[in-house]
Every structure is written in C-alpha cells, then in structure tokens.
Design a protein around this ligand. Structure first.
Ligand SMILES: Cc1cc2nc3c(=O)[nH]c(=O)nc-3n(C[C@H](O)[C@H](O)[C@H](O)COP(=O)(O)OP(=O)(O)OC[C@H]3O[C@@H](n4cnc5c(N)ncnc54)[C@H](O)[C@@H]3O)c2cc1C
Length: 368
C-alpha cells in the first residue's frame, strides 16, 4: 500500500483529547519509545508530520546490540527482515582487516528503513498505540501539546523529532558540544551481496559503507566532511568498490543528510524527555544511532513508570558514552592517512585486537 494511503488509513482512528504519554516524532526512536511506554501500561499517542513509511537516509546497518534492545521491547527482527551480517570489514586501497561480532551476539542486520518502520508501526498498532501521521506538532502548551490546531492534554511528552529537533528548543534543552558536520549520501543497488560483512571503505575525509540489505540488494552510503564530494564521485574516490558495483542497477535515487555527534547536558525538563537523535546524536561512522535510540526507549519507559525522569537523564548520559567515544576514535582515522593505514595494518595483523574493539563497540565488553 503506498505510504500516503497507509497514513490516511491509520489517521481514521480518532485521536483522544488526552493521554498519558504524547510522543512527538514517529521515527524509530519515537515508535520504540511509544512501544516501551505502552508495555509499561501507559496510554500513548504518536504524531509525525510525515506520512509512513518513512525512508530516512541511513546506512541501514542495525548492530547486534540494537537487535537485542528491540527484543527487550517485544520486537523480534530476524533474517526475514533483511540480510544478517556477521561483522565489520575495513578497507583502504590494498589494506583489509575484518572482525566478527562476539559469539553471544551472533549477527547484525541490514534492514531497509522502510521495512524497519513498517515492523515498528505494526507492533505499535497491535500494542494499542494511537498513531497520527502527517500531523505536525506546532508547540507545547501548559497542559500538553498543540497538534493540528488542537490541544491534546498529557502527563508526559517525549521529544523524538530527530536531528533538527524543535522540542529540544521549545524546552530549552540546548547542546553543550557538537562535532564537525559531515554529509552522508545513500543509494541502493540491485546486486547479490558479495559478503556477509558490512564493509567500510576508507579515504581521507570520506568513507563508503556497504550494507547487504537483501538477497539481491545492497545499501551504499558515502559520508564525508569534504563539501564538494558527491555520491557520483564514488568511482574516483573508491575505485575498488566501484568495480564491485559495476553493472549493478540503482534501485532508487541518491539522497543526502547531515550527521554529527551532539551532546546535551540534560535530556529532561519538567515532563518533557528527549529520545533518539533529538536527545543528542552520534556520528553515523559508529552505526550505533538506532541501537542507542532503542536502548534509550526502554530506560525511558522504566523511568516514566517510576515517575522519575532524573533516572532516565542519568542512564541516558551513561549509555551515550561508549558510542560517543567510539565516534571520536574512528574519526581520528578520518583525516590522518598515516594513523589510519598504521591502524589498519595492526588490525589486519592482530585480528583479536579488532575483535575486542568490535566487542567493546557493540557493548559486549561494557554493557552500557
Ligand atoms: C548517512 C547516515 C547513515 C546512518 N547510518 C546508520 C546505520 O547504519 N545504523 C544506525 O544505527 N544508525 C545510522 N544512522 C543514524 C540513524 O539514522 C539515526 O540515529 C536515526 O534515524 C534516529 O532516529 P530518530 O527516530 O531519533 O530520528 P528520525 O528518524 O529523524 O525521526 C524523527 C521523526 O520526527 C518527525 N518530526 C520532526 N518534527 C516533527 C514535528 N514538529 N511534529 C511531528 N513530527 C515531527 C520527522 O518527520 C521524523 O519522522 C545514520 C545516519 C546518517 C545521516
């Protein structure tokens, strides 16, 4: 069913004039937070200004810790939802190093964003979450939120409105730190994946990520801090990858989005709590944005249940540390050829080091 029809169909359900929890933004973070809150017994409404299914620019790699976090809120993802991958491979010209996920974590999953959105929406619908699509939240007011010209009264407000968040601004929750902005481009190609690893091709100030997302499809994302670089430059910047993609038909048009790490001193104020990118993002180089959002969603529901958002604030800070640290470490290699090539040589020569770093990255060594 086309996205707009699906949105119209779902919008036929009347929106109550009051609820326990109102979630602003129905992306992965908002839907996960809604599901988790509903499982804690709250009545929940989600409003998103876009129609489903939402197709956000993303490299579409869900790390094993993200799969586990989703399982924790009742969403089971498996091979039928995409293409499992068993680790990460770094490539820089002739250099190559790879590591598999720890045994207890089994696999990550390449999953199309639209499919992920559909699965989360269906779970939310089955669970009794009221969803309102193409409904822009215009403001917060003393009793709740203003959406489509009317006020919905609520006890709690969750700001899940993504990378350009207005709820954050309305609540005065401003960032204290952000990394340099980078731009990411994403396009899908019809080709049988040649590996069950996510491949990361490195170049100065630019990486290309290849995530298998189906039996006959890969997602290619190129992320760069060089303003002039576009996806059409891929053959020049990454000739080895271009050779792999030679003859593969694109299945959609390239799309772009900004990525950067952003840190907030606090993500709650009064009855407002932020989740996902709205609560501070991590650079896409980590592939951890979704996993982080799903973990936050679960802890947020626990804190709502305990009527204590300070708990969420503290846990939020803690669970953001690891991906933010990894983003900084990985980005050190972005602009320093000698450091990057030296690191790749070491990782290739000592696969156990790479394995341990990957285990740390996905929370197998340090659960938060
Ligand atoms: C190039 C790139 C590659 C990436 N690759 C990966 C990856 O491989 N793996 C990974 O885990 N992460 C990746 N990420 C990060 C990941 O995409 C984000 O962390 C994730 O999308 C955050 O989800 P979210 O729900 O917080 O925000 P979003 O997905 O942006 O959702 C926010 C929603 O809020 C809605 N909204 C905004 N304002 C309003 C309003 N006023 N009223 C109603 N609705 C509103 C929007 O319509 C939107 O649907 C990547 C990011 C980029 C840029």
């Amino acid at each position: 069913m086309p996205g707009n029809d699906l949105g119209a169909l779902l919008n036929l359900r009347p929106v109550p004039s009051e609820t326990d929890v109102f979630v602003i933004g129905g992306g992965p973070a908002g839907l996960a937070a809604a599901l988790a809150a509903r499982r804690s017994g709250f009545d929940v409404i989600v409003a998103d200004r876009a129609p489903p299914l939402i197709n956000k620019v993303c490299a579409e790699g869900l790390m094993p810790d993200g799969i586990a976090a989703l399982r924790g809120i009742g969403v089971e993802l498996g091979p039928e939802h995409g293409a499992p991958f068993r680790g990460i491979r770094f490539l820089d010209n002739e250099l190559e190093a790879e590591a598999s996920f720890p045994k207890n974590q089994k696999f990550g999953l390449g999953v199309r964003r639209t499919l992920l959105h559909r699965v989360l929406m269906e779970r939310a619908e089955d669970g009794g979450v009221v969803m309102r699509w193409q409904s822009r939240v215009e403001s917060l007011d003393p009793s709740g939120v203003k959406v489509d010209g009317r006020t919905v009264r609520c006890r709690w407000i969750i700001g899940a409105d993504g990378f350009h968040p207005r709820v954050r601004r309305w609540s005065g929750l401003l960032p204290v730190w952000s990394s340099a902005r980078r731009i990411g481009f994403r396009q899908h190609f019809r080709v049988r994946p040649w590996t069950d690893f996510v491949e990361v091709y490195w170049h100065n100030y630019c990486q290309a990520y290849v995530t298998p997302v189906g039996e006959n499809e890969v997602c290619v994302a190129m992320i760069t801090s060089a303003r002039e670089v576009r996806l059409s430059d891929l053959p020049t910047v990454f000739p080895r990858l271009a050779k792999r993609l030679c003859g593969a038909e694109p299945t959609d048009s390239p799309r772009g989005a900004i990525t950067m790490s952003v840190k907030l001193p606090t993500v709650t104020r009064g009855r407002v709590a932020l989740v996902g990118d709205a609560s501070g993002s991590v650079d896409a180089i980590t592939g951890e944005g979704l996993a982080l959002a799903f973990r936050q969603a679960r802890f947020l529901a626990t804190s709502l249940y305990a009527e204590d958002l300070r708990k969420y604030d503290a846990v939020h800070r803690q669970i953001g540390q690891r991906p933010r640290l990894m983003a900084r470490l990985l980005l050190l290699m972005d602009g320093n050829t000698d450091l990057r090539r030296g690191a790749l040589r070491t990782l290739a020569a000592c696969p156990r080091i790479f394995g341990s770093l990957l285990a740390f990255h996905v929370g197998a060594l340090w659960p938060h």
